[in-house]
Unconditional design. Structure first.
Length: 98
């Protein structure tokens, strides 16, 4: 196997492995929406990729895309993904639970 192909295969496997660790959905309930500030308050369970193991806590999160806030209302159950960003913990994906 040539060096370029080996490097490409190794890089791809590292990228795929890293993506798996990040994409972990957490469950929550919408408690407050602040569209002007681009924030949402959620009561939620563990967020494994952020090393938050508490069963129940309430936090204010920034949202990556303010349009996410228009898709939910107070009381909705949601599934979401969050990541640490320079501006604080930010929700990168969110959808109503089924």
């Amino acid at each position: 196997m040539n060096v370029k192909l080996t490097t490409a295969v190794l890089s791809l496997s590292l990228l795929l492995g890293a993506g798996t660790a990040v994409a972990q959905a957490a469950n929550g309930e919408v408690k407050k929406i602040d569209e002007a500030a681009g924030k949402i308050t959620l009561k939620h369970g563990p967020i494994k990729n952020l090393d938050m193991d508490e069963e129940s806590m309430t936090m204010v999160f920034r949202v990556q895309d303010p349009a996410m806030l228009k898709q939910v209302k107070v009381g909705d159950k949601v599934q979401f993904e969050a990541e640490r960003a320079t501006a604080g913990i930010t929700i990168t994906k969110m959808q109503k639970s089924k």
